[in-house]
Structures are given as structure tokens and as C-alpha cells.
Write a protein that binds this ligand. Structure first.
Ligand SMILES: [Zn+2]
Ligand SMILES: [Zn+2]
Length: 181
């Protein structure tokens, strides 16, 4: 049986699990948008590390299952062109980043800072926006991981995303935080 990890929002109303097949990539992103997303939800304490990094687990959406509380999912975009940034409406816990359509199978699950069971950080990216100096590494590995898993998902026909309906629309309408950026 494939290895899985269970995650939940802060209040426990929303729970999900992720399979480790295909192999995910564990990284920290320090970009200002990831910081803005977590701070907008008021979760800097717990979801940003001391240098402002967000821990992510990149995989394919079909590796993800909501066990309970999928109806709590909410969606924001920092700008009208921004990534889809999902969170739990029950307690404003950041959940995941996706593209704006399910066409390419990609999800970056947001992990609590220092979450155990996901192995060491394989990459730290966008470190120019870190609060204190952090050495950039592994950027190419994340890109290759995304392509490798995406290709496998296409080849095996595994593509179903819990974030989109059959017509390819997000399951809830996105709220745009700032039109003007
Ligand atoms: Zn919650
Ligand atoms: Zn980022």
C-alpha cells in the first residue's frame, strides 16, 4: 500500500490526506505572494518559518483526498491573474495552491512549518524575498518533479482534482484580494 500522510486545518473540521505516489517534492517558498497569502489568512504564526518561508508539498491533485469538510474549502487569488490559493473557511487555514484550471495536474499543498513525516526540504526557492538570508537551492529539482509527475499523470490517466468540477470550474468561486496589483 502506498504511504500516505494525513493533514488537517487548525480546528479539525477539514481533513485531507496525501499519497506519496507519485513521489512528491517537499520545499519551502519564500516569495512575497506566498507570504501575502498566509498573512492575509492571519496564519503567519504556524505557516511561515522564521525567514518567511512557506513549506509546500508539490504533487498531483489526484494524490489528494478530502476526508471531511471539503465543503469548507474557500478560494482566493491575490490578484486577478494570481494562482488559486485554497484555504479552509472554518478557521482560515491555508490548504493548497493550484493553477487556475485542472488541465495540468499540479498542486502545492501547504504544510505547517516544521511538519514531520515529509522528509527534509529538497528545495528552498524565491529566497530573495526571505526575511533573513536563506541559500537558494533545488529550484530545478522542483521543476523536474512537476514535469515528471505531470507526465506520469497524463500517461496513467490519473488527473482528477478535488478542487475542480467535471466542467473544469473551481468548486467555489475565487475571491480576488486586490484587483489593483
Ligand atoms: Zn478548520
Ligand atoms: Zn511562493
Amino acid at each position: 500500500m502506498t504511504e500516505t500522510r494525513k493533514l488537517q486545518c487548525k480546528c479539525g473540521e477539514t481533513q485531507w490526506k496525501v499519497e506519496f505516489t507519485p513521489r512528491p517534492t517537499h520545499l519551502a517558498c519564500y516569495c512575497s505572494d506566498c507570504q501575502a497569502y498566509v498573512n492575509h489568512l492571519g496564519q503567519g504564526d504556524g505557516y511561515l518559518n522564521a525567514a518567511g518561508g512557506t513549506e509546500l508539498l508539490q504533487t498531483v491533485p489526484s494524490a489528494l483526498r478530502f476526508i471531511r469538510g471539503a465543503e469548507n474549502l474557500r478560494l482566493l487569488r491575490l490578484t486577478s491573474k494570481g494562482l488559486f490559493r485554497w484555504y479552509s473557511g472554518c478557521c482560515n487555514t491555508p490548504v493548497a495552491n493550484t493553477l487556475k484550471s485542472p488541465g495540468f495536474p499540479f498542486v502545492g499543498l501547504v504544510l505547517p512549518s516544521g511538519a514531520e513525516g515529509f522528509g527534509p526540504l529538497e528545495a528552498e526557492v524565491m529566497t530573495k524575498s526571505a526575511k533573513v538570508p536563506v541559500k537558494e537551492h533545488g529550484f530545478n529539482a522542483t521543476g523536474f518533479g512537476i514535469l515528471r509527475r505531470g507526465l506520469m499523470a497524463k500517461l496513467t490517466g490519473r488527473g482528477r482534482s478535488p478542487f475542480f468540477d467535471d466542467a473544469g470550474k473551481p468548486i467555489v468561486a475565487p475571491m480576488i484580494v486586490s484587483e489593483g496589483r
